[in-house]
Design a protein around this ligand. Structure first.
Ligand SMILES: Cc1cc2nc3c(=O)[nH]c(=O)nc-3n(C[C@H](O)[C@H](O)[C@H](O)COP(=O)(O)OP(=O)(O)OC[C@H]3O[C@@H](n4cnc5c(N)ncnc54)[C@H](O)[C@@H]3O)c2cc1C
Length: 216
């Protein structure tokens, strides 16, 4: 199930020589605006693989050593990673999730992994020595198969989690916002107070000169 979690896990298992089958119900990779960046610890873990993932990410992304949070003309928080974060990557790396997924997909394919799209996990039966699963293909065909291990990397509304009866413990709160990757001609200085309800981050230049994510 290849979102960033499934792709990272698949890459790691393939690197360790473990045979895997990677399926996703979505027919194509998502291009939606989702996560905007990768944090230092994640970069460190990718660097450990020694497969060039982190070098490619650094080349594609925008290093952001400071974050400012403004409200009604006052700066509430300044996060200064460059001076307060020990380690090789003292910055947030702005790179849209779709680009992260594309990069990880290339590395999975490089290790002879394959991604089977248009295949949905519908149900499972847990046995002592493995898992029996029912998969539904995009053309409606059903496939019954068995696997030693089933790993659910199927996101926040995980079907695997529901099927094994694991609750999602936590609280939610009402919040409405809009997010988008947009091209902006903007001479607003980044060190000046912003309107109270705007979050803007610089994203990599390709394919447009400057893209930003805007929220509520
Ligand atoms: C609109 C939006 C904005 C977001 N913005 C941010 C942000 O700004 N910052 C941030 O940190 N995070 C953000 N997120 C959250 C971030 O996108 C997720 O944390 C991240 O995608 C989780 O990755 P994942 O691999 O665990 O799951 P996902 O990316 O959800 O991937 C799960 C995959 O499993 C597949 N799948 C699901 N069910 C099945 C099934 N039954 N059978 C087969 N395949 C299945 C799905 O098609 C999908 O490809 C945002 C999410 C959304 C939706």
């Amino acid at each position: 199930m290849p979102g960033p979690t499934g792709l990272t896990l698949a890459h790691e298992l393939l690197r360790q020589g473990v045979q895997i089958r990677l399926i996703d119900k979505a027919p194509t990779a998502s291009q939606n605006t989702k996560a905007l960046g990768v944090w230092p610890r994640t970069l460190e873990l990718f660097a450990r693989t020694g497969t060039g993932i982190v070098e490619e990410m650094l080349e594609q992304g925008v290093k952001t050593p400071t974050f400012n949070v403004w409200s009604e003309g006052k700066r509430l928080i300044r996060l200064d990673f460059a001076h307060h974060l020990a380690g090789p990557y003292p910055f947030a790396l702005m790179i849209p999730q779709a680009e992260t997924e594309a990069l990880l997909t290339r590395h999975v394919l490089d290790l002879d992994g394959t991604i089977e799209r248009g295949i949905e996990l519908v149900s499972l039966i847990q046995h002592e020595d493995g898992v029996e699963v029912l998969l539904r293909h995009a053309d409606g065909q059903e496939e019954q198969t068995r696997t030693d291990w089933l790993i659910g990397c199927d996101g926040a509304h995980s079907m695997v989690r529901h099927l094994v009866g694991v609750p999602f413990v936590g609280k939610t709160f009402e919040q409405s916002f809009v997010a988008g990757n947009i091209r902006m001609q903007w001479d607003f200085p980044l060190t000046k107070p912003m309107p109270s309800s705007l979050v803007a981050m610089r994203l990599p230049s390709s394919p447009c000169p400057m893209r930003s994510a805007i929220a509520w």
